[in-house]
Design a protein around this ligand. Structure first.
Ligand code: ADP
Ligand code: SF4
Length: 683
């Protein structure tokens, strides 16, 4: 008896039946209509891994719902059917159901490509795109509403023709017209689509009814609805209108896919929310409907999944991120290989596929997004080509992943690490506030390596070039990471900052080693991702009087792409951190610093007891350059520099780099682009 059998029960959804309770909810990915092959292969991999339902991302149904510059799905016309069919087929190949999220984006669509006015319940500035696009919607009249309903119906028919089994009416995240009509703040209408909740829900009700009429014979009709916006009385709440909408439409759709809004709340990072965090908002839904309910909450533990079902919170375990980090979760649970689950760390790097308009990447799963263009499979890798042995120096994410993947190929690997424990930057960074789940990057790899007789880890083994050469090892991978600069050099300070060598100037490495300054502490952030904000939080929580200075216009600027920026800033402000944006550090003095505005250049002096410089890092590539002559002289067979030692970057890139090195070992380098590129056929 598998304690997780309940997860593998088939569940009926209207006219179709899902083979199990694993449900990949719609998620963006940066491929969209532009890269249909990459997209189809990525979705197909989830189905192969056992997800019983695999959905698309938002799919635009009409050119007046154009989400450019983002790359989402498209079903504007019959010509878009083949690309969608490709995805449905790749999901069906593994016996799973394919779902499509039809979206008429209304106020969320700035229509930068189609250049037609967007249509919304009222006329107002676009809420989508950059958030500040200077475009206003046109208030929909009755004819517009009839048109939108017709376009939705046409798209549903196209989706059915493309082979989809589940067709969504999307009313989540405030990102569709159906949702915007429901939300009081966007709907000031006085006709039968405005006023009472019943009226504001009319459009969604009509869309559901008409989709059922059009395709309900063969396809299930799902609704995605955000039951709470975490805005209190100003928005929908799960006690009031969120509850009442579900009550009103309870039996109308074939499936309820419920969550919280907006996207940053729905995809909350592990810094702020833990597994199952949406349960308190969505658990009422099952009490109001007999239809199956799917919800998310970054579930990676099969026990939590079973519990959510046994407690009648959910019928399906919905997942975007857990299915990205490990497309094979269902198979692993089925086979009782629980420790093999590669758990999502909640970092939201996957989200940056959409927000930076590039194919999806994942910190934990280096094969994510590479299924088609590199033919990478998350569970399968080519066997070794010879009995060569490989020595890897440095056991951070790059070294660990290279060791694991080379070990999986069957090579004998020695992994040598200077520190007492393996894990590199992940070991250190996961001790910082909110980052404990990031340990999963090293924990999963160490668990896998421990099972491999052909991989040995040697902690407390700082290596020199002489020692490496003396060892007789012939194939060397250098994964020695990077060190935070102590001189403040970075994007904005191209020379060492005056006074960097005074006492009480710290680097992030110092703080992670436990050297914590006190009193008035300045954090100077010219790195712009999480480190500056996290260290400010650490210091503020240790009673320092913290000021954060950054040349960027926002605190932790790049974290806006991981949906974290506002939360980070809110947290720092609540902790009393004083924030100076658009200021560059000019000089450090014994009791003060001088900084100047990046805009008008005027100088300000700030008192301080200590300063932490979060700027560039320096690659630890000495070993590589010391060993290179031995390679040139034929004393070594191969030498490769990977991860932060090659070029400092995010953890996801270190893992990717280690994985790439393992895949390419003993492969002849190709001339030109080493992956397939999706190109338009130009006649
Ligand atoms: P990456 O992100 O590229 O994996 P990390 O900085 O996380 O890089 O990890 C690099 C690891 O390499 C660190 O744990 C560091 O202690 C180790 N290391 C650096 N130099 C040596 C060396 N000469 N011998 C052994 N280990 C080393
Ligand atoms: Fe999870 Fe991070 Fe991977 Fe996204 S990128 S799936 S949040 S581990």
């Amino acid at each position: 008896m598998n304690p997780y059998d309940i997860l593998f029960e088939p569940i009926r959804i209207g006219p179709v039946t899902a083979p199990n309770r694993f449900y990949q909810v719609p998620h963006c990915n940066g491929f969209g209509y532009r890269m249909p092959h990459g997209l189809a292969a990525m979705r197909g991999m989830k189905a192969e891994g056992g997800w019983g339902v695999v959905c698309t991302e938002e799919v635009e149904i009409h050119h007046s719902s154009d989400l450019a510059p983002y790359f989402e799905g498209r079903l504007w016309s019959d010509e878009d059917i083949p690309a969608q069919a490709l995805m449905a087929e790749s999901v069906h190949k593994h016996g799973s159901l394919a779902g499509i999220e039809l979206a008429y984006s209304g106020l969320n669509a700035p229509n930068l490509y189609s250049r037609v006015p967007s249509l919304g319940p009222r006329s107002m500035g676009a809420i989508g795109g950059s958030g500040y696009d200077p475009a206003q919607s046109r208030r929909m009249d009755k004819e517009d509403i009839r048109n939108v309903r017709r376009w939705h119906r046409n798209a549903a028919v196209r989706a059915k023709r493309a082979g989809f089994d589940i067709i969504y009416c999307y009313a989540g995240h405030g990102m569709s017209a159906a949702a915007q009509f429901i939300l009081r703040r966007y709907n000031d209408r006085t006709d039968e689509y405005g006023g009472s909740l019943e009226n504001r829900t009319r459009l969604l009700r009509e869309l559901i009814q008409e989709t059922k009429e059009a395709v309900g014979d063969k396809c299930a009709v799902a609704v995605r609805f955000a039951v709470d916006e975490l805005m209190g009385e100003d928005g929908i709440t799960s006690q009031a209108e969120g509850h009442d909408v579900v009550a009103m439409l309870a039996e109308l759709p074939d499936l309820w896919d419920v969550n919280i809004s907006n996207w940053s709340n729905d995809s909350s990072p592990s810094r702020f929310d833990k597994e199952g965090f949406q349960e308190k908002y969505i658990s009422f839904v099952k009490k109001l409907t007999t239809k199956p309910v799917v919800g998310v909450g970054r579930y990676t533990s099969p026990d939590s999944m079973v519990s959510a079902i046994q407690r009648s919170v959910l019928d399906f375990i919905g997942a975007a991120r857990p299915s990205i980090a490990d497309p094979f979760i269902p198979t692993k649970i089925k086979e009782g290989r629980i420790e093999d689950i590669r758990e999502c760390i909640g970092c939201n790097i996957c989200v940056t596929g959409d927000t930076r308009y590039v194919p999806i990447r994942c910190t934990q799963n280096p094969t994510m997004g590479e299924e088609w263009r590199r033919s990478w499979h998350p569970e399968i890798i080519a066997p070794k080509k010879s009995d060569k042995e490989i020595m890897i120096i440095g056991a951070g994410p790059a070294g660990l992943e290279a060791a694991r993947a080379l070990g999986q190929r069957g090579y004998n690997v020695s992994l040598l690490e200077a520190r007492k424990e393996l894990g590199g930057r992940v070991l250190c960074e996961s001790t910082l506030p909110g980052l404990s789940e990031w340990r999963r990057v090293m924990d999963w790899r160490l668990t896998q390596i421990k099972k491999m007789k052909n991989v040995s880890g040697y902690p407390s083994s700082p290596m020199t070039a002489e020692e490496i050469l003396e060892s007789g090892a012939k194939n060397i991978v250098i994964a020695t990471g990077a060190t935070w600069r102590r001189d403040g050099m970075g994007r904005h300070n191209l020379k060492p900052i005056d006074g960097f060598d005074l006492p009480n100037v710290f680097s992030p490495d110092d703080l992670m080693e436990g050297k914590i300054p006190s009193g008035k502490v300045i954090v100077y952030d010219d790195d712009h991702y999480y480190m500056g904000g996290v260290l400010a939080e650490l210091l503020a929580s240790q009673d320092c009087d913290v000021s954060l200075i950054t040349p960027a216009p926002l605190v932790s600027y790049w974290s806006k792409y991981t949906l974290e920026q506002e939360r980070i800033q809110r947290k720092l402000m609540k902790l009393g951190v004083k924030i100076y944006v658009q200021h560059v550090l000019d000089s450090i003095h014994s009791d003060s610093i001088r900084m100047s505005s990046t805009i008008i250049g005027n100088e300000i002096e700030l008192e301080k007891n200590a300063i932490v410089l979060v700027t560039d890092r320096i690659s630890n590539d000495n070993l590589y350059y010391e060993l290179k002559p031995a390679l040139d002289e034929g004393k070594l067979e191969s030498l490769r520099l990977i991860g932060d030692a090659e070029a400092p970057n995010i953890i996801a890139q270190a893992v990717f780099s280690g994985h790439l090195a393992a895949r390419e070992f003993e492969e002849t380098p190709v001339e030109g682009t080493p992956f397939k590129v999706e190109r338009m056929n130009v006649m």
